[in-house]
Design a protein around this ligand. Structure first.
Ligand SMILES: CC(C)(COP(=O)(O)OP(=O)(O)OC[C@H]1O[C@@H](n2cnc3c(N)ncnc32)[C@H](O)[C@@H]1OP(=O)(O)O)[C@@H](O)C(=O)NCCC(=O)NCCS
Length: 169
């Protein structure tokens, strides 16, 4: 049996590896509804903002460096949504299907609970069958389908919202 993946809080030294994964996902998929690569400074600002809010940015590391990352932030800005967070997770293309994504999201649950969060949301492109299956395996259920709310690669994109309770209702 292989050792469980090492999940840790991201440090500033992890940001170039995290950036490379994120930009590869932007360039090659509809998992992120962005068009252009982001800069290291952009990821540094994002990482600092998450930490300033008390929210985690986690990485999985392997022999080649950062193999994946996960994080969560506020779902929506209004105060009544304060017990709900929306997460993100991306794994390096050569590190997928090895359980890293699962470990990265499972590590978010206790962190969110410790902050008193009640619900975690995943916004998944409707064509991303792997991610929908992945989230179902993690206990997320499909809650909404928003048709043609995104646009990338010259086509409309449908967005599935999935949710997972973090604490009993
Ligand atoms: C989606 C993603 C985060 C999953 O991470 P991962 O490390 O590859 O997933 P895991 O190895 O932990 O897989 C757990 C389960 O998810 C499902 N799954 C993962 N990859 C899959 C694939 N390509 N096709 C179908 N199901 C898949 C499987 O049910 C798998 O369980 P199993 O191996 O016992 O069958 C990763 O593939 C990724 O980064 N993809 C590109 C970016 C992306 O889509 N990010 C998510 C945006 S919402």
């Amino acid at each position: 049996m292989s050792a469980p993946p090492l999940i840790a809080d991201a440090t500033e030294a992890d940001l170039p590896g995290l950036l490379a994964i994120y930009n590869q996902v932007i360039a090659t998929s509809t998992a992120v509804y962005s068009y252009d690569p982001v800069t290291l400074e952009d990821r540094r600002s994002w990482w600092r903002a998450r930490l300033a809010q008390g929210y985690p940015v986690l990485v999985a590391r392997d022999a080649d460096g950062v193999a994946g990352f996960s994080s969560f932030g506020d779902f929506r800005a209004w105060p009544g949504y304060r017990f709900t967070v929306e997460h993100t997770v991306h794994v390096r293309s050569d590190g997928r299907s090895r359980g890293l994504g699962t470990a990265l999201v499972q590590a978010l649950f206790p962190r969110a609970r410790a902050l008193g969060k009640h619900v975690m949301i995943a916004g998944v492109d409707a064509a991303n069958a792997a991610s929908i299956r992945f989230h179902e395996r993690l206990g997320f259920t499909q809650a909404a389908l928003l048709r043609e709310v995104g646009f990338k690669f010259d086509r409309w994109l449908d967005l599935v919202f999935m949710q997972r309770m973090l604490s009993p209702p």
